[in-house]
Design a protein around this ligand. Structure first.
Ligand code: PXL
Length: 283
């Protein structure tokens, strides 16, 4: 059985980060271990204010040391929302300590959306996140995070050539593959585009675009992509699965969008995700 470690916060209400990654990756048939980076009462996205935030930076080294004594091995290490600037160097050390030749390292550089940094992050954090991206096999920034990582202005109307050029420059940070989420060649569609540095390949997957923004879709997408690659899917198959599942979750949310504005409704879609992964699982 494949085993994946994901490192991101617990937003106790709001169905993002760990409370989305855990059910989604488990449904894919992958054993999922977690390191929570912070505990928040809700996520910090628009619609919530006055959330609590408990930083867990001081717990990371102890967890890693215990796991080293246990001799644990992870097929994949997937990082998401981090609780502090200081966590970045601790997580880089953890990756170096647990990485073996066949470990896949996926970094979702969660920092912002819609052209804005999430509450609590600053330029120092962006610089630190750039260094974590250098350690990754795969990074998954959205357009906002791409602009931050490249030190450029944000634009929400990128052409296919713009995206290609940004993807190439993202891999120059040191990662093997850069995937831009929410990126597509035309406006009627949405999806993701990937550049694989070693082969020079450009890979994309898309679906019909649903207007508006849906919180937690980045975490859902990254979880499925990480899970798919962990199961041995090629990049195109994993991208298509992540795009389709994210689109399914958005479709399942539309009828209850007003009450369910804080995240997407992924629960009814887990069964078909599990079905699509079944042939990749050793039973
Ligand atoms: O979905 C990304 C995310 C994760 N964790 C927390 C967040 C956000 C985005 O707002 O606030 C705490």
């Amino acid at each position: 059985m494949k085993r994946l470690l994901t490192i991101q916060d617990i937003s106790c209400f709001g169905k993002c980060s760990l409370t989305a990654a855990l059910p989604v990756i488990s449904a894919m048939g992958i054993e999922t271990a977690v390191i929570p980076t912070a505990v928040l009462s809700t996520h910090t996205g628009s619609g919530f204010s006055g959330f609590t935030f408990h930083d867990l930076t001081n717990d990371i080294e102890g967890i890693a040391a215990h796991w080293k004594r246990l001799g644990l091995h992870f097929d994949t290490i997937y990082t998401g929302y981090l609780g502090s600037y200081e966590q970045v160097s601790l997580i880089r050390k953890l990756i170096a300590d647990f990485r073996t030749e066949d470990t896949l390292v996926v970094v979702d550089p969660v920092m912002g959306d819609g052209g804005r940094l999430y509450s609590g992050f600053d330029n120092k954090f962006v610089t630190a996140m750039r260094s974590l991206c250098a350690d990754a096999d795969v990074i998954l920034p959205n357009a906002t995070e791409t602009a931050l990582l490249l030190g450029e202005n944000y634009s929400n109307s990128l052409t296919a050539d713009d995206i290609m050029s940004k993807l190439i420059r993202l891999t120059e940070l040191g990662c093997g593959t850069a995937i831009m989420t929410g990126a597509c060649e035309d406006k009627a569609h949405n999806g993701a585009m990937a550049y694989v540095r070693k082969t020079g390949e450009l890979v994309s997957a898309s679906c019909e675009n649903v207007s508006g923004s849906f919180h937690s879709t980045g975490d859902i997408f990254s979880s499925v992509l990480s899970g798919g690659m962990t199961l041995g899917m090629d990049i195109k198959t994993a991208l298509e699965l992540a795009v389709d599942f994210t689109h399914d979750c958005i479709s399942a949310t539309l009828p209850i969008r007003e009450q369910h504005w804080y995240a997407v409704r992924f629960e009814p879609c887990l069964g078909s995700l599990a079905e699509r992964c079944r042939k990749y699982i050793d039973v």
